[in-house]
Design a protein. Structure first.
Length: 277
């Protein structure tokens, strides 16, 4: 059975293959706060060299704890069905939705195991897919490769002054163009489909989503900062918590195996983990 499944859904005992989810950080692969003491390499054009393997999402092996007649992953007890879902739209560090849309966020959060595209092998989209896994950089363009739980994905990002393309279909990863601001590569992303989420807990977006990413390399550390703007659903832009990943010199990206969802039919209730991605 494929290891790239999503969930933390409560399953009845006797199911041979419980759902799995991606760890929020792979040991030894995501850097702590701070920067590397090593010198930052530069390309011939003088810009920081972002080439390399920065992050790899490994198949998780979560502990299993049996409670009563259910299997609970990661030792999390089932959510109290009588307790109201968290008001994630107004929690610190989370996007602030327009008041009339908070009920929709709560409804999607409550029904996440069925409503979230990530639980049925849907493309995670930007920014939910996270920081770059593998970067290929030239003076004219940057390509970002992902070995994700939902499959292999790539993003092509011209950095030679070209504008956004016109007349192309919207996609989960949108259309990206980049430029340099000092030592930071700024990536502007538009033209998204509406099917993806920004993160867990029902954080949906509209087709007006606009994402700005900033990549900065210092030594062997790469920081990823993201601002999400969606005036259709959000009260104000959302500045995501920055993440820093470290250069991986002992591994290279691999093609992801096909993602096949086989477990949602076995769910016994709506209990779900609060951090699929």
């Amino acid at each position: 059975m494929k290891q790239r499944f999503f969930g933390f859904v409560v399953l009845a005992i006797g199911i041979a293959a419980p759902l799995c989810t991606a760890p929020t950080g792979v040991a030894g692969q995501e850097a702590k706060a701070g920067t590397s003491a090593k010198a930052t390499p530069h390309m011939p054009d003088g810009h920081p060299d972002l080439n390399g393997m920065w992050y790899r999402r490994l198949p998780p092996v979560p502990p299993v704890q049996r409670i009563g007649q259910s299997i609970i992953l990661n030792n999390r007890a089932p959510r109290d069905p009588n307790a109201p879902p968290p008001a994630t739209a107004y929690n610190a560090g989370m996007p602030k939705y327009k008041p009339e849309l908070v009920a929709k966020v709560r409804e999607l959060n409550e029904n996440q195991i069925y409503a979230d595209p990530a639980y049925s092998c849907g493309a995670p989209g930007v920014p939910r897919i996270g920081p770059p896994h593998r970067i290929i950089q030239t003076a004219r363009e940057v390509v970002i490769l992902y070995d994700d739980m939902a499959g292999s994905f790539f993003r092509y990002i011209p950095i030679d002054g070209r504008p956004h393309r016109k007349g192309i279909e919207a996609s989960p990863n949108g259309d990206s163009v980049g430029h340099w601001e000092g030592d930071a590569l700024v990536i502007d992303v538009t033209n998204f489909t509406e099917e993806t989420w920004l993160a867990d807990n029902g954080l949906f977006h509209s087709a007006d989503l606009h994402v700005t990413e900033r990549l900065r390399r210092q030594g062997d550390a790469l920081s990823w900062e993201v601002t999400v703007d969606d005036p259709t659903v959000l009260v104000e832009p959302w500045n995501m918590t920055p993440r820093t990943v470290k250069l991986m010199t002992d591994t290279e990206i691999e093609e992801a195996a096909p993602c096949q969802e086989r477990d949602l039919a076995n769910a016994t209730d709506l209990t779900h983990h609060s951090n699929t991605r």
